[in-house]
Design a protein around this ligand. Structure first.
Ligand code: RIB
Length: 342
Protein backbone atom coordinates (compact mmCIF):
# COMPACT_ATOMS: atom_id res chain seq x y z
CA UNK A 1 0.00 0.00 0.00
CA UNK A 2 1.84 3.13 -1.28
CA UNK A 3 1.59 6.50 0.41
CA UNK A 4 -1.69 8.40 0.27
CA UNK A 5 -2.07 10.35 -3.00
CA UNK A 6 -2.29 14.07 -2.24
CA UNK A 7 -3.78 16.98 -4.17
CA UNK A 8 -0.18 18.11 -4.68
CA UNK A 9 0.50 14.91 -6.66
CA UNK A 10 -2.63 15.48 -8.73
CA UNK A 11 -1.80 19.13 -9.38
CA UNK A 12 1.73 18.16 -10.55
CA UNK A 13 0.48 15.54 -12.99
CA UNK A 14 -2.35 17.79 -14.26
CA UNK A 15 -0.07 20.81 -14.58
CA UNK A 16 -2.39 23.02 -12.51
CA UNK A 17 -2.16 24.70 -9.09
CA UNK A 18 -3.03 22.98 -5.83
CA UNK A 19 -5.77 25.59 -5.33
CA UNK A 20 -7.37 24.56 -8.65
CA UNK A 21 -7.42 20.91 -7.58
CA UNK A 22 -8.83 21.87 -4.16
CA UNK A 23 -11.65 23.91 -5.72
CA UNK A 24 -12.54 21.04 -8.05
CA UNK A 25 -12.55 18.54 -5.15
CA UNK A 26 -14.76 20.88 -3.10
CA UNK A 27 -17.16 21.49 -6.01
CA UNK A 28 -16.43 25.21 -5.86
CA UNK A 29 -15.17 25.10 -9.43
CA UNK A 30 -17.72 27.08 -11.41
CA UNK A 31 -14.94 29.30 -12.85
CA UNK A 32 -12.76 26.36 -13.97
CA UNK A 33 -12.91 25.10 -17.57
CA UNK A 34 -14.55 21.76 -18.27
CA UNK A 35 -11.40 20.20 -19.82
CA UNK A 36 -9.36 21.08 -16.70
CA UNK A 37 -12.08 19.78 -14.38
CA UNK A 38 -12.37 16.51 -16.32
CA UNK A 39 -8.54 16.04 -16.44
CA UNK A 40 -8.16 16.59 -12.68
CA UNK A 41 -11.07 14.29 -11.88
CA UNK A 42 -9.68 11.57 -14.17
CA UNK A 43 -6.27 11.71 -12.48
CA UNK A 44 -7.83 11.71 -8.98
CA UNK A 45 -9.99 8.72 -9.85
CA UNK A 46 -7.17 6.78 -11.56
CA UNK A 47 -4.75 7.37 -8.69
CA UNK A 48 -7.38 6.59 -6.03
CA UNK A 49 -7.33 10.00 -4.35
CA UNK A 50 -9.35 10.04 -1.10
CA UNK A 51 -9.91 13.47 0.51
CA UNK A 52 -8.44 13.47 3.97
CA UNK A 53 -11.51 14.90 5.73
CA UNK A 54 -9.96 15.15 9.18
CA UNK A 55 -6.74 16.66 7.84
CA UNK A 56 -8.81 19.16 5.92
CA UNK A 57 -11.05 19.95 8.84
CA UNK A 58 -8.08 20.30 11.22
CA UNK A 59 -6.41 22.72 8.76
CA UNK A 60 -9.49 24.83 8.06
CA UNK A 61 -11.27 23.89 11.26
CA UNK A 62 -14.24 23.20 8.94
CA UNK A 63 -15.81 19.81 8.34
CA UNK A 64 -18.21 21.10 5.70
CA UNK A 65 -21.00 19.32 7.59
CA UNK A 66 -24.09 21.08 8.98
CA UNK A 67 -26.68 19.72 11.38
CA UNK A 68 -30.47 19.99 10.93
CA UNK A 69 -32.57 19.49 14.08
CA UNK A 70 -36.29 18.97 13.47
CA UNK A 71 -39.10 18.02 15.90
CA UNK A 72 -41.11 15.43 13.98
CA UNK A 73 -39.71 13.43 11.06
CA UNK A 74 -43.11 11.74 10.61
CA UNK A 75 -44.71 15.06 9.59
CA UNK A 76 -44.06 15.61 5.83
CA UNK A 77 -43.50 19.31 6.56
CA UNK A 78 -40.08 18.66 8.07
CA UNK A 79 -38.65 16.23 5.47
CA UNK A 80 -39.53 18.88 2.85
CA UNK A 81 -37.54 21.42 4.91
CA UNK A 82 -34.70 18.88 4.96
CA UNK A 83 -34.86 18.40 1.18
CA UNK A 84 -34.44 22.13 0.56
CA UNK A 85 -31.61 22.41 3.08
CA UNK A 86 -29.77 19.41 1.67
CA UNK A 87 -30.10 20.59 -1.93
CA UNK A 88 -28.52 23.91 -1.00
CA UNK A 89 -25.86 22.32 1.18
CA UNK A 90 -24.77 19.83 -1.47
CA UNK A 91 -24.30 22.53 -4.12
CA UNK A 92 -21.98 24.27 -1.66
CA UNK A 93 -20.06 21.06 -0.99
CA UNK A 94 -21.58 20.48 2.47
CA UNK A 95 -23.21 17.39 3.95
CA UNK A 96 -26.16 17.41 6.35
CA UNK A 97 -26.72 15.37 9.52
CA UNK A 98 -30.45 15.08 10.32
CA UNK A 99 -31.62 14.86 13.95
CA UNK A 100 -35.24 14.17 14.91
CA UNK A 101 -36.12 15.27 18.47
CA UNK A 102 -39.59 13.68 18.42
CA UNK A 103 -40.85 16.88 20.09
CA UNK A 104 -38.70 16.19 23.16
CA UNK A 105 -36.75 19.15 24.53
CA UNK A 106 -34.19 16.91 26.24
CA UNK A 107 -33.23 15.53 22.84
CA UNK A 108 -32.63 19.03 21.53
CA UNK A 109 -29.92 19.61 24.12
CA UNK A 110 -28.40 16.21 23.44
CA UNK A 111 -28.32 16.74 19.70
CA UNK A 112 -26.83 20.21 19.95
CA UNK A 113 -24.09 18.75 22.16
CA UNK A 114 -23.47 15.78 19.82
CA UNK A 115 -23.44 17.93 16.71
CA UNK A 116 -20.99 20.42 18.13
CA UNK A 117 -18.78 17.56 19.36
CA UNK A 118 -18.95 16.02 15.89
CA UNK A 119 -17.57 19.37 14.80
CA UNK A 120 -20.37 20.35 12.48
CA UNK A 121 -19.78 23.84 11.13
CA UNK A 122 -23.29 25.07 11.91
CA UNK A 123 -26.85 24.05 12.83
CA UNK A 124 -30.31 24.71 11.39
CA UNK A 125 -32.80 24.36 14.23
CA UNK A 126 -36.60 23.99 14.28
CA UNK A 127 -37.26 23.67 18.00
CA UNK A 128 -40.09 21.51 19.31
CA UNK A 129 -41.44 23.97 21.87
CA UNK A 130 -40.63 27.31 23.46
CA UNK A 131 -37.87 27.27 26.04
CA UNK A 132 -37.01 29.91 28.59
CA UNK A 133 -33.35 29.10 28.06
CA UNK A 134 -33.48 29.47 24.29
CA UNK A 135 -30.01 30.98 24.23
CA UNK A 136 -27.21 29.85 21.98
CA UNK A 137 -24.35 32.08 23.08
CA UNK A 138 -22.68 28.97 24.55
CA UNK A 139 -22.92 27.15 21.26
CA UNK A 140 -19.60 27.42 19.41
CA UNK A 141 -21.12 27.10 15.94
CA UNK A 142 -23.55 29.43 14.17
CA UNK A 143 -27.25 28.58 14.42
CA UNK A 144 -30.10 29.47 12.08
CA UNK A 145 -33.64 29.12 13.45
CA UNK A 146 -36.27 27.90 11.01
CA UNK A 147 -40.07 27.91 11.15
CA UNK A 148 -40.39 28.47 14.90
CA UNK A 149 -38.93 31.74 16.11
CA UNK A 150 -37.84 32.48 19.65
CA UNK A 151 -36.46 35.50 21.45
CA UNK A 152 -32.96 34.02 21.19
CA UNK A 153 -30.08 36.30 20.31
CA UNK A 154 -26.59 35.26 19.09
CA UNK A 155 -28.07 33.65 15.98
CA UNK A 156 -26.65 33.61 12.46
CA UNK A 157 -30.20 34.09 11.19
CA UNK A 158 -33.82 32.94 11.10
CA UNK A 159 -36.17 31.83 8.29
CA UNK A 160 -39.88 32.15 9.06
CA UNK A 161 -43.27 32.98 7.62
CA UNK A 162 -45.69 35.52 9.11
CA UNK A 163 -48.05 33.03 10.75
CA UNK A 164 -50.43 35.69 12.08
CA UNK A 165 -50.88 37.27 8.64
CA UNK A 166 -51.16 33.86 6.97
CA UNK A 167 -53.88 32.69 9.38
CA UNK A 168 -55.68 36.02 8.95
CA UNK A 169 -55.78 35.55 5.17
CA UNK A 170 -56.99 31.95 5.44
CA UNK A 171 -59.80 32.65 7.91
CA UNK A 172 -60.77 35.84 6.03
CA UNK A 173 -61.24 33.67 2.95
CA UNK A 174 -63.60 31.39 4.89
CA UNK A 175 -65.59 34.46 5.96
CA UNK A 176 -65.69 35.72 2.35
CA UNK A 177 -67.12 32.33 1.39
CA UNK A 178 -70.01 32.94 3.80
CA UNK A 179 -68.89 30.90 6.80
CA UNK A 180 -69.75 32.59 10.11
CA UNK A 181 -69.17 30.08 12.91
CA UNK A 182 -65.58 28.95 12.41
CA UNK A 183 -63.68 26.66 14.77
CA UNK A 184 -59.88 26.58 15.15
CA UNK A 185 -58.15 23.28 15.92
CA UNK A 186 -54.65 24.38 16.94
CA UNK A 187 -51.35 22.58 17.12
CA UNK A 188 -49.24 22.67 20.25
CA UNK A 189 -49.60 26.02 22.00
CA UNK A 190 -46.02 25.66 23.24
CA UNK A 191 -45.03 26.54 19.66
CA UNK A 192 -45.05 30.13 18.55
CA UNK A 193 -46.55 29.07 15.21
CA UNK A 194 -49.73 27.79 16.88
CA UNK A 195 -50.05 30.92 19.01
CA UNK A 196 -49.50 33.29 16.08
CA UNK A 197 -52.11 31.42 14.01
CA UNK A 198 -54.58 31.81 16.88
CA UNK A 199 -53.95 35.57 16.81
CA UNK A 200 -54.51 35.63 13.04
CA UNK A 201 -57.73 33.62 13.46
CA UNK A 202 -59.02 36.10 16.04
CA UNK A 203 -57.95 39.10 13.94
CA UNK A 204 -59.96 37.77 10.98
CA UNK A 205 -63.09 37.17 13.09
CA UNK A 206 -62.82 40.71 14.48
CA UNK A 207 -62.32 42.17 11.00
CA UNK A 208 -65.46 40.29 9.93
CA UNK A 209 -67.39 41.62 12.96
CA UNK A 210 -67.75 38.05 14.23
CA UNK A 211 -67.55 37.19 17.92
CA UNK A 212 -64.90 34.75 18.90
CA UNK A 213 -66.15 31.80 20.94
CA UNK A 214 -63.45 30.15 23.11
CA UNK A 215 -65.50 26.93 22.95
CA UNK A 216 -64.63 26.74 19.25
CA UNK A 217 -60.87 26.79 19.88
CA UNK A 218 -59.30 23.37 20.57
CA UNK A 219 -55.62 23.18 21.50
CA UNK A 220 -53.57 19.99 21.06
CA UNK A 221 -50.66 19.01 18.84
CA UNK A 222 -49.69 18.96 15.16
CA UNK A 223 -50.81 15.38 14.57
CA UNK A 224 -53.63 13.92 12.51
CA UNK A 225 -55.04 12.00 15.47
CA UNK A 226 -55.52 15.28 17.33
CA UNK A 227 -57.66 16.63 14.46
CA UNK A 228 -59.80 13.50 14.66
CA UNK A 229 -60.19 13.72 18.43
CA UNK A 230 -60.86 17.46 18.42
CA UNK A 231 -63.82 17.09 16.03
CA UNK A 232 -65.25 14.34 18.25
CA UNK A 233 -64.78 16.60 21.32
CA UNK A 234 -66.56 19.49 19.58
CA UNK A 235 -69.45 17.16 18.79
CA UNK A 236 -69.61 15.84 22.37
CA UNK A 237 -69.62 19.44 23.64
CA UNK A 238 -72.54 20.27 21.35
CA UNK A 239 -70.49 22.88 19.49
CA UNK A 240 -72.23 24.54 16.57
CA UNK A 241 -69.92 25.50 13.71
CA UNK A 242 -69.87 25.30 9.90
CA UNK A 243 -66.16 25.49 9.10
CA UNK A 244 -62.91 24.60 10.81
CA UNK A 245 -59.50 26.25 10.39
CA UNK A 246 -56.79 23.72 11.30
CA UNK A 247 -53.28 24.43 12.61
CA UNK A 248 -51.74 22.23 9.91
CA UNK A 249 -52.73 19.80 7.15
CA UNK A 250 -52.34 16.68 9.31
CA UNK A 251 -54.87 18.07 11.79
CA UNK A 252 -57.22 18.87 8.88
CA UNK A 253 -56.90 15.34 7.46
CA UNK A 254 -57.72 13.87 10.88
CA UNK A 255 -60.65 16.25 11.23
CA UNK A 256 -62.06 15.17 7.86
CA UNK A 257 -61.79 11.53 8.89
CA UNK A 258 -63.89 12.22 12.00
CA UNK A 259 -66.42 14.27 10.01
CA UNK A 260 -66.81 11.39 7.54
CA UNK A 261 -67.46 8.98 10.42
CA UNK A 262 -70.10 11.40 11.72
CA UNK A 263 -71.81 11.44 8.32
CA UNK A 264 -70.81 15.03 7.65
CA UNK A 265 -70.00 15.89 4.01
CA UNK A 266 -67.02 18.15 3.23
CA UNK A 267 -67.55 20.86 2.02
CA UNK A 268 -71.35 20.58 1.73
CA UNK A 269 -71.93 20.29 5.50
CA UNK A 270 -68.56 21.53 6.81
CA UNK A 271 -65.73 23.60 5.35
CA UNK A 272 -62.20 22.49 6.28
CA UNK A 273 -58.96 24.44 5.83
CA UNK A 274 -55.43 23.27 6.61
CA UNK A 275 -52.00 24.94 6.84
CA UNK A 276 -48.62 23.99 5.24
CA UNK A 277 -49.68 22.41 1.90
CA UNK A 278 -47.70 19.23 2.43
CA UNK A 279 -48.06 16.76 -0.45
CA UNK A 280 -50.92 14.95 1.39
CA UNK A 281 -53.10 18.07 1.17
CA UNK A 282 -53.55 17.70 -2.57
CA UNK A 283 -54.22 13.95 -2.37
CA UNK A 284 -56.73 14.15 0.55
CA UNK A 285 -60.44 13.35 0.09
CA UNK A 286 -61.61 15.92 -0.82
CA UNK A 287 -58.39 17.76 -1.78
CA UNK A 288 -57.66 20.25 0.99
CA UNK A 289 -57.92 24.02 0.84
CA UNK A 290 -54.89 25.21 2.76
CA UNK A 291 -52.37 27.97 3.44
CA UNK A 292 -49.19 27.04 1.59
CA UNK A 293 -45.86 27.62 3.31
CA UNK A 294 -42.80 27.76 0.99
CA UNK A 295 -41.45 24.72 2.83
CA UNK A 296 -38.67 23.67 0.45
CA UNK A 297 -37.49 27.27 0.05
CA UNK A 298 -37.45 27.75 3.84
CA UNK A 299 -34.98 24.87 4.13
CA UNK A 300 -32.98 26.06 1.12
CA UNK A 301 -32.68 29.65 2.38
CA UNK A 302 -31.84 28.54 5.93
CA UNK A 303 -28.95 26.44 4.60
CA UNK A 304 -27.79 29.34 2.42
CA UNK A 305 -27.79 31.79 5.35
CA UNK A 306 -25.94 29.29 7.53
CA UNK A 307 -23.29 28.39 4.95
CA UNK A 308 -22.74 32.06 4.09
CA UNK A 309 -22.18 32.69 7.81
CA UNK A 310 -19.76 29.75 8.05
CA UNK A 311 -17.82 30.70 4.94
CA UNK A 312 -17.60 34.37 5.90
CA UNK A 313 -16.40 33.47 9.38
CA UNK A 314 -19.21 35.71 10.65
CA UNK A 315 -20.65 32.72 12.49
CA UNK A 316 -23.06 33.97 15.10
CA UNK A 317 -23.34 37.49 16.40
CA UNK A 318 -22.31 37.09 20.01
CA UNK A 319 -24.67 38.74 22.39
CA UNK A 320 -26.36 40.85 19.74
CA UNK A 321 -30.00 41.54 20.44
CA UNK A 322 -32.52 39.38 18.63
CA UNK A 323 -33.26 42.22 16.25
CA UNK A 324 -29.68 42.59 15.11
CA UNK A 325 -28.97 38.91 14.89
CA UNK A 326 -27.80 37.71 11.51
CA UNK A 327 -30.20 37.50 8.58
CA UNK A 328 -33.95 37.45 9.24
CA UNK A 329 -35.97 36.16 6.30
CA UNK A 330 -39.81 36.24 6.36
CA UNK A 331 -41.11 34.29 3.34
CA UNK A 332 -44.58 34.68 1.81
CA UNK A 333 -47.41 32.18 2.16
CA UNK A 334 -50.16 31.57 -0.39
CA UNK A 335 -53.81 30.50 -0.10
CA UNK A 336 -54.42 27.29 -2.08
CA UNK A 337 -58.14 26.78 -2.76
CA UNK A 338 -59.21 23.17 -3.41
CA UNK A 339 -62.41 21.23 -2.75
CA UNK A 340 -62.66 21.12 1.07
CA UNK A 341 -64.32 24.56 1.21
CA UNK A 342 -67.35 25.75 -0.71
O1 RIB B 1 -46.94 20.78 10.49
C1 RIB B 1 -46.06 21.20 11.49
C2 RIB B 1 -46.32 22.61 11.84
O2 RIB B 1 -45.37 22.96 12.78
C3 RIB B 1 -46.15 23.49 10.62
O3 RIB B 1 -47.29 24.28 10.41
C4 RIB B 1 -44.93 24.29 10.90
O4 RIB B 1 -45.14 25.68 10.73
C5 RIB B 1 -44.53 23.95 12.29
O5 RIB B 1 -44.63 25.03 13.16
Amino acid sequence: MGRQVTIKDIAKEAGVSIATVSMIMNQKDKNISDPTREKVREIASRRGYVPNMMARSLKTRKTRIIGLIIPDITNPFFPEIARGAEDMASTAGYSVIFCNTDDKLIREDTYIEILTEKTVDGIIFAHSADRADMEFSACRVPIVLIDRDSGASSLAGRVLVDNRKAAFSGVSYLIQRGYRRIAYIAGSMTTVTARERLEGYRDALAAGNLDWDPALVKKGDYRSQWGYEAVKELRDEGASYEAVFCGNDLIAIGAMRALREMGKRVPEDMGVMGFDDIYLAGTATPPLTTVRQPIYDMGYQAAKILIDAIESGEGKKKGAGAAECGVSLILDTELIVRQSTR
